[in-house]
Design a protein around this ligand. Structure first.
Ligand code: C2O
Ligand code: CU
Length: 472
């Protein structure tokens, strides 16, 4: 058990049921937590460098790891001590619209010195995360994010349950500060603001990135990509992790030998049977970009735990999601355009036609969804969907860049890529689209409200690739 978990549980116990009072299993627990944003310092890089000024929840990056059980209620008081307004968005959680943490759309931004109370039940088990939705290209890049784990009522048997919050930073030369989070046109029109320093759980990884394991150990490894723009593709050397959940939701367990790919915002739960020998070391590397990065090293201790892999099922129980009927679903075509080396010539912005050059030079934007570039969180809804209706979004990435496309408030099935049915029809809240790729998703619009629909490369989002849909 790690420190943040222990601290969180004791706070939860103090705030809700007393530990010695018997709570019937059917009655859900209320977990209370304070999240205080502020400016703090953290040693991200090796100790021969100075520490870095970060923005954090409760003075740590990542923020506290929140751990609750499926069906429980989370009650979080946000206290804002940042020099600007903020909110907390609970990425992937199917919650009531008013708790979604989108400034102006679902709540007033929480000003410096202000507070807001979030309270919602957790309908789905899985790996989720939280981050601000106000100026997120800056606030997330400076360190405001944390993991939210919702445990199954009957979790699979493992020896250890471990969370890696992956992120990256663009640090200045002496690592004292985070650079450049605003207004770099080169980043905005290309792959987004990719950093120069990768961290796992807030620590620079290639140095001191040792992950001790034991032979025979079974680890559930939860990966969260909290980076503002960086895509990860992790390989585990000769280990063959089974993917058991994507974006929190169970998927038929399967081995991906070419690596686990996560766009910003996305999560994966892996089941890893550590079958190396005592003393052996295995490098975990990120191979998404041409320059391979070592992000961690599995280091086997001297005493094996068991000789053969654990003989226990790895599949997770399904979450209570409504199954979309693809045949009768209403279809919507959604085209993403813009950016460098794209075909976009002009766009609609604020009700006017503007050229791509004007969009970039005068408004600092470069991206559109169905021809419209949008800024901020309040604008005409792109679509109004009927509550309980079944929908297919046929999404077309008509750009030269990757885009992790995220929808709030619901989960969807990824049903096809470039016209070919996907093998696992995985549930997701964020779909990574490769350049020129066509992806179809299907879902039941069962959660009423106004929900953001945007690219999770945060400078693409602020650069126009954002809209909202309404479910009524
Ligand atoms: Cu993780 Cu709209 O965001
Ligand atoms: Cu994008």
């Amino acid at each position: 058990m790690d420190f943040t978990r222990r601290r969180f549980l004791s706070v939860a116990a103090a705030g809700a049921a007393l530990p010695w009072v018997h709570v019937p299993a059917a009655r859900a627990t209320v977990h209370t937590q304070v999240l205080q944003t502020g400016v703090s310092r953290q040693q991200l890089v090796p100790a021969n460098y100075p520490d870095t000024e970060v923005w954090s929840f409760n003075d740590t990056v990542p923020g506290p790891l929140l751990r609750v059980r499926q069906g429980d209620t989370l009650r979080v008081t946000l206290k804002n001590a940042l020099p600007q307004a903020t909110t907390v968005h609970w990425h992937g959680i199917r919650l009531p619209n008013a708790m979604d943490g989108v400034p102006h759309l679902t709540q007033a931004p929480v000003q410096q010195g202000g507070e807001f109370r979030y309270e919602f039940a957790l309908p789905d088990a899985g790996t989720y995360w939280y981050h601000p939705h106000e100026r997120s290209q800056e606030q997330v890049a400076r360190g405001l994010y944390g993991a939210l784990i919702v445990e199954e009522r009957e979790p699979p048997v493992v020896d250890r349950d471990v969370t890696w919050v992956l992120s990256d930073w663009r640090l200045n030369r002496d690592a004292t500060s985070v650079q450049d989070y605003d207004g770099n046109m080169m980043d905005m029109t290309h792959a987004g603001r990719i950093g120069n320093t990768v961290t796992i759980n807030g620590r620079f990884t290639p140095i001191g990135g040792e992950f001790p394991v034991r032979a025979g150990e079974r680890i559930r490894l939860r990966l969260v990509n909290a980076a503002a723009a960086r895509i990860f593709k992790l390989q585990f050397d000769s280990h063959k992790p089974q993917v058991i959940a994507l974006d929190g939701h169970p998927v038929a367990p399967h081995v991906v030998s070419e690596g686990v790919t996560l766009g910003p915002g996305m999560r994966a739960d892996l089941m890893i049977d550590c079958m190396g020998r005592p003393g052996e070391r295995f490098v975990v590397s990120d191979v998404f970009y041409p320059r391979e990065l070592r992000v961690m090293e599995f280091v086997y201790g001297d005493t094996p735990l068991r000789a053969k892999p654990l003989d226990a099922p790895v599949a997770l129980p399904p979450n209570p999601l409504s199954e979309p009927d693809v045949a009768s679903a209403q279809r919507h075509e959604i085209v993403f355009q813009g950016g460098a080396m794209g075909r976009l010539r002009e766009a609609e912005y604020n009700g006017a036609r503007v050229s791509l050059q004007q969009l970039v030079r005068e408004h600092g934007m470069a991206w559109t969804i169905n021809g419209v570039a949008r800024k901020g969180h309040v604008h005409e809804r792109m679509l109004t969907l009927k509550r309980g209706g079944h929908y297919v979004f046929a999404m077309d990435n008509d750009t030269a860049w990757h885009h992790p496309i995220h929808i709030h408030g619901i989960a969807f099935r990824v049903i096809s890529r470039n016209g070919k049915p996907t093998q696992y029809r995985e549930w997701a809240d964020t779909a990574l689209m490769a350049p020129r790729e066509r992806v179809e998703i299907a879902f039941v619009a069962d959660n009423p409200g106004d929900w953001m629909f945007h690219c999770h490369i945060l400078s693409h989002q602020s650069g126009g690739m954002m809209t909202a849909i309404r479910i009524v």
